[in-house]
Design a binder for this molecule. Sequence first.
Ligand code: RBF
Ligand code: MG
Length: 179
Amino acid sequence: MLLRYTSELVGKQGSGPFQRRVSEPPVFLYQRDQTNPILLEGTVLRGYQRGRQLLGCPTANLSVEPYQQLLQSLDCGIYFGWASLQKKLPVYRTVVSVGWNPVFENDQKTIEAHLMADLEDFYGQHLSLLLLGFIRREFKFPSVPALEAAIAEDKWVAEKALELEDCIVCKSEWESTLG
Ligand code: RBF
Ligand code: MG
C-alpha cells in the first residue's frame, strides 16, 4: 500500500493490484492510525446533468463554498473513497472529481461524486464523502468516449483500492457512526 500522496509517487508504473495500462497507481491519502481521511460534506446541488445524460455517470455535485481553503490545497483530479447520504447507512464506494472539467471548460471548480450504486435521485440530500486516495490528475481528453474510458478505469482502480484492509476498516469505523 502506498502511504503518502507525494508527487514522486505519481507517474510510477503500477504493480500488483494496480497494474494499469496507461497511467499510475493510486496514491493513498489515508493511513490507518496516522492520517485521517478527508471529509467533505454538504447538500447535493443540481449540476449540468452532463454526467447523467452524456457520460452515463451521474454525479452528485457538492457546494464548494465552505471549502475554499481546502480546495486550494486539494489537487485537481480524481479521488476515491466512501460516501453516505443523509448521514445514514449504507456506505457507498465513490469516485470523486475535483476540478475544472477541462473537457467541458467549466468556469467553476467543482467537487462531484459518482456513487457506485444504482441510485434514483440524490438532489437536495446531505452527502458525506471520505476521500482516501488520489487516482490521477484531471485531463482534457480529446473526446467524450475517451473520457468515458478513463472514468471506467478510475472506477476499476477505486474498486481494487477499496478492497484493501485499511479501506475496509475505515468503512466499518465510519459505519458505526452513521444512523
Ligand atoms: N472531466 C474532465 O474534464 N477531465 C477528466 O479527466 C475527468 N475525469 C473524471 C473522472 C470521474 C471518475 C468523474 C466522475 C468525472 C470526471 N470528470 C472529468 C468530470 C466530468 O466531466 C463531469 O462529471 C461531467 O461533465 C458532469 O459534470
Ligand atoms: Mg453532477
